[in-house]
Design a protein around this ligand. Sequence first.
Ligand SMILES: [Zn+2]
Ligand SMILES: [Zn+2]
Ligand SMILES: [Zn+2]
Length: 375
Amino acid sequence: MDVEVRHDLFKGKGVYAKKPFLKDSIIFQEDPLVSCQLSWNAAYGYLACDHCLRPLETAQENAGRLSGQLVELPYPECCTIDKSKITKCPYCPVNYCSEECKMEAFDHYHKMLCHEINGSHPLEQLNEAWKKVHYPPETNSIMLIARLLSRIQQASNKEDTIAQTLEFCHTTTDKSKNLAHKLLGEKFVNQIYTLHGLLVAAIPNEGIEHLLTFDGFLSLLALIGTNTQGVGTSAIANWATKAENLSLETKDKEVFDSFLDQLYQQMEENVGDFLNNEGVALYRLQSCCNHSCDPNAVVKFMNNNHRLSLVALKDIEEGEEICISYLDDCVLTKSRHSRCKELMNNYLFVCRCDRCNNESDQPDETSEEDDSMSD
Ligand SMILES: [Zn+2]
Ligand SMILES: [Zn+2]
Ligand SMILES: [Zn+2]
């Protein structure tokens, strides 16, 4: 491993480079502890492997579904989706991209969660209840908590797996409550009891009683609220990247670029921003990376599944801390005050990064275009 996690008395955990990295190089790659597709994304027919989120349709099919039109893609050899490997859980209608994913899921969490779809299973009810409190644009899923707990129940060493899970929890009960409420939003706060009841009904509590109490549930909601990383995969985007890298003649390149522009326009007219298979995941190493408003690294999904790649945004020296941005690109362009407000709201901390320190003389004003997201 070319990075290490250090514990600083003031800053807490952080990830540091053990060797220099050039801009655009991969710092590390990591599979998550657990991941899952977002509930509405799945309900709307976005087809992803239930374990690793790899697309389960070809780029051609993906383009057709998203644009609502019959599309013939050029350079079909650039599509990397191999549908012949797709397989199903033998006991329920869940699909996987490969035999490996099916085994991995079954061995680690799916065995306990596997159930017939009949509308009455507590997990189905939990998913439906979650959908009612968490409409698109989705940012999280309670099903990640179900997988996390099931992973503990199926583990050969329960104690170690519980400890691994609790590594992500580092807030007080009061803060957990605050974060859980943020995650649900004011309108849906009362649903917290329903969600808790359904989770308790869905997961056997043997050995994890403390995690399934109401306070335990709040800290699990806080855990997913502050630690999950969004995952996006797309057959069409993956195909487009491969096709763009072909060494085409100038004229062919122009034809291709205008085809792609038109296709994306059609898709956006039909489905808006919802182009990707979307999911959330928990990563042990990436979750130790601190935030900076001027990050030197960024999360990417280059394998078109939940395997995360951390990529250098600039040259990084040996010993330097590796920071990512917890804010999306749009918020990152806003004033110090707007950024800090967002971080305080969602993560309960005050940013002390170099950029914030340099901008400390900026007035405490919210960026103008900010009104829609302030609360
Ligand atoms: Zn898979
Ligand atoms: Zn199953
Ligand atoms: Zn900052």
